[in-house]
Write a new protein. Sequence first.
Length: 358
Amino acid sequence: MGAIVAYEIMKYIEINGYQNPNLPIAFLVADCPAPHLFQAGYKPYEAEDWNARLSKYSAEVQGRVTGCAGLMRTYKYSHPKAQSALHIPIRALSHAGEALAPKSSLEEWSRYAVKEDFEIVEVGEAKENKAYIAGQGYGQQPEQKVIETIEATIQKFDRWHEDAKLPDIGDIDGPIPEQVDVVIVGAGISGTYQAAEIVKSGKTCICLDRYHKIGGVWEFYGNDYSRVNTSEIGYRIRDKTGTWTRPNEDHTPKRDILQDIYTVVKEGCYGCVRCNINVEKVDKKPDGTYEVHVKNKKTGKENTIKAGTVSFHVNRRIGKRREVDWDNSKAFAGNICYGYGNEVKDLDFWDKEVIVVG
């Protein structure tokens, strides 16, 4: 039933034309017939021993299961003319011999996805599903194949493999100007926004960053699943007016923050960012101006920039991770890793003992 609910939500988004950047990256269904086959074929409540099995549970559980069965009875697929593909890939997990969802009924999900983005995955033999009524099903102890399929799907369709889709911000390895009104040190969320505002005011500026990409903390210290830990108003730096279809979120994901940062640079200060530049020294001159001495980390070339103002947006709070140590830690034979960036993303935690410190 969960797969059908998820499908209906996706169909609602599609029919209404919502342009939501936060849709799931893939749709996995397990032992669930395609929507147009669900009502006719998925009827666990018609099993001969249904009432006997249900009577073994508490009144609370019986009420919950009966309510769910009621939804199954009344669900009706209502999109006969809307057979266009969903916006996301579909993986259909099938247990051989599953009476409620034969393989042929899962293959019908191919009608709801782009052809090359549909795959049916056989994950073993069906078992007598005694835990079905308790709401556990195969999810209580999923086969290794299920975990592997989820992991492979995420790896294949992970949006963070698509850096090329971030907006063009100009030549980040371009020449260093001899003189500007403002030098900004740090091309994170604050530095890039200030650069855009300075250009808007009619002043010249150059925004420098020692890393090879812009984004600051959001690029190098947040992982792919990091989100804003407060309401999004203070972090969504794009100027938006009028009605638009992206929903407001309380905890914006990293990819949206980076999309905003790149968009602000593209639209507000295109070509004003230089990366791989280390600021060596800033000298204040008698007339109140500044000389900013910089060095290219890739070529070693040194330059001096004259500026009326120098603005620093450098991270001093979480730029360096805290090293945690304890007695005899060097004798530990397992992996010790930190939560910065994606350091733990590719580690295999399946069936292992894990201790989280902090």
